[in-house]
Design a binder for this molecule. Structure first.
Ligand code: ADE
Length: 229
């Protein structure tokens, strides 16, 4: 998969994608992330990318032309499956959306900044608006990094243990069960006996029960989706 990201703050995006699993995905050639600095497409000698909003009001708006020039160039090079604008007014991201996006070949992300992007860019190019939660961040870069991570780890071959993404929280509308490692006794708190029993079927059943219990306690809203399957 290839993901192109258009941003006015490319440095904010680089670090999260240069380490750990995202690095491995790129090193293995399973994921290519290309960051484009929108200022390179800016207008005039100052490479202007934003301007005052019509109608007045505080805050600048990202202009049409630099984004259109950048997008037109990228879109002449490949066909994008989705062109995604990261914005607090988008659809709230969930595991189902990440699962679907992980099946695509080419994605293009636009990171919003300032007051946001001129509405005409949204009408002309954007096929999906995504929010990572009901709070406002300073720009779309951190949300874009979150989205790359949640999609990237689902690409087959990215995680070492091929099955481990299947057992993540939310993958089946349930939260993940508790996990333990050594020592078996930490300050008198013991690892549940069942996990030391070596009995694979019983351990699976215990984990299912714990997932259900945890979801019921912490996120009963998820059980509605679970029960309707
Ligand atoms: N830009 C600013 N806040 C955001 C959010 N919560 N999700 C996506 N993009 C954003």
């Amino acid at each position: 998969m290839r993901i192109d990201i258009v941003s006015v703050q490319p440095n904010l995006l680089k670090s999260p994608l240069e380490h750990s699993i995202m690095k491995r995905a790129q090193d293995r050639g399973l994921l290519e992330v290309v960051i484009h600095d929108l200022k390179e497409y800016g207008l005039g000698k100052n490479n202007q990318v934003d301007d005052y909003q019509y109608g007045g009001g505080a805050g600048m708006v990202m202009m049409c032309e630099p984004i259109a020039t950048c997008f037109d160039q990228l879109m002449s090079e490949r066909k994008y499956d989705e062109i995604i604008y990261l914005t607090p007014d988008g659809t709230r991201l969930n595991q189902g959306i990440s699962n679907r996006l992980s099946l695509y070949e080419n994605l293009l992300f636009l990171c919003g900044h300032y007051k946001g992007v001129d509405e005409r860019i949204r009408q002309e190019y954007i096929t999906m608006d995504i929010s990572i939660g009901d709070y406002v961040l300073s720009g779309g870069e951190l949300p874009a990094a979150v989205l790359v991570d949640s999609i990237g780890r689902l690409i087959p071959g990215v995680l070492n243990d091929e099955t481990s993404a299947l057992f993540d929280s939310f993958q089946d509308d349930l939260l993940a069960p508790p996990v333990y490692t050594r020592p078996a006794d930490f300050r008198g708190k013991k690892v549940p006996d069942i996990l030391l029993s070596g009995h694979a079927k019983k351990i699976d059943d215990w984990r299912d029960e714990q997932s259900f219990k945890r979801t019921k306690e912490r996120r009963p809203d998820l059980l509605k989706d679970y029960n309707s399957k």
